[in-house]
Design a protein around this ligand. Structure first.
Ligand code: CUA
Length: 345
């Protein structure tokens, strides 16, 4: 008896774990259910409202179903087919009008919010950010500030952000579940979207459109700072900083970075190309290639063989044959990249 209860208790203890797993590990910064801004909150309200309406329909239909099942069941001594009713106008009108009303109830707030979220803010009302999707990374350009970042989108808390979304290659989709969204990045087109973050913190973003073999690895981060911190950060970025006092190893890395034409795709400070992510603040990033912790080992592994980490990425494809860096070279390159701080020290 005791054993039986103990095993039941254990099963019961598993339940919260299962719920936690089923709710996507309740990741606060990657959940539409824990909104961190007005767009996400209003979208969550729409979801709850639609779910509520559907729940009412469900309960009423099930109740009527069981009522009819019991009331008109076959009774003892009953033979033959029961009385057949057809062409009842009242009933037909009722079951046509009710779904109509339901659709209106669902449609009105949905359409209202759709138009509300379509509002486009001018340069004086909002911070403008051009978001370009690439296989498989994100470029964030701040035209009002005159700089570009890769992978990490910095925004100030409580400020309206106006996004212009486009793509350099295939269709991607920009999505920050906790703050709101999502919208496609189409090559040759510009889509607009606006968001506002109410909480400071780091929120996860994802590409939400199948865009190639590393689609599922095309993550990014939204870093929401308070306004003062954002101003400090943007001033530093605007100055296009490059580290001055490099260690001998990092200085060697910088030399390799230029010699191997890494710089023709990756800009650091004011110099370099735009084909790959801007690396000005590389060392501030929590992740390398958006999916691995930004550690020396991971940076080296990425430079050595990017295709094994993110199959089909353009760093690998655009560089043929891909250089065979020695361990010393990788140490030096990693040391250089890890010296590219802007915000964090
Ligand atoms: Cu980019 Cu999926």
């Amino acid at each position: 008896m005791f054993k039986k209860w103990r095993s039941r208790w254990r099963l019961g203890a598993l339940l919260p774990l299962m719920i936690w797993l089923m709710t996507g590990c309740s990741q606060e910064n990657l959940s539409t259910l824990i909104p961190a801004g007005p767009v996400a909150r209003e979208q969550l309200w729409l979801m709850k409202f639609s779910l509520g309406v559907m729940l009412i329909v469900f309960v009423v239909v099930i109740a009527v179903f069981f009522y009819v099942l019991v009331k008109y069941r076959k009774r003892k001594g009953q033979t033959g087919i029961p009385e057949q009713v057809e062409g009842n106008h009242t009933l037909e009108i009722i079951w046509t009008v009710i779904p109509f009303i339901m659709l209106f109830v669902l449609a009105i707030p949905t359409i209202m919010y759709t138009f509300k979220f379509e509002k486009v803010y001018s340069a004086s009302e909002a911070i403008q950010v051009k978001v370009t999707g690439h296989q498989f990374w994100w470029e964030f350009e701040y035209p009002q500030y005159g700089f570009t970042t890769g992978q990490d989108l910095y925004i100030p808390k409580g400020k309206q952000i106006q996004f212009e979304l486009t793509s350099k290659d295939v269709i991607h989709s920009f999505w920050v579940p906790a703050i709101g969204g999502k919208r496609d990045n189409n090559p040759g087109l510009i889509n607009k979207m606006t968001l506002l973050a109410e909480k400071e913190g780091v929120f996860k973003g994802k590409c939400a459109e199948l865009c190639g073999p590393s689609h599922a690895l095309m993550d990014f981060k939204v870093i929401v700072l308070d306004e003062n911190d954002f101003n400090t950060w943007s001033q530093k970025m605007r100055a296009k900083p490059e580290p001055m006092d490099l260690s001998p190893l990092a200085a060697k890395g910088k030399e390799l970075f230029t010699k191997n034409s890494c710089i023709s795709c990756h800009a650091v400070g004011g110099n370099g190309g735009v084909l790959g992510p801007n690396l000005t603040n590389f060392a501030d990033r929590e992740m390398v290639a958006s999916i691995r912790k930004n550690t020396t080992e991971n940076v080296k592994a990425w430079i050595k063989d990017p295709n094994s980490i993110k199959p089909g990425n353009t760093m690998f494809k655009g560089y043929s044959p891909y250089p065979n860096f020695s361990d010393d070279d990788l140490d030096a390159l990693a040391a250089y990249l890890e010296s590219l701080h802007v915000y964090k020290k």
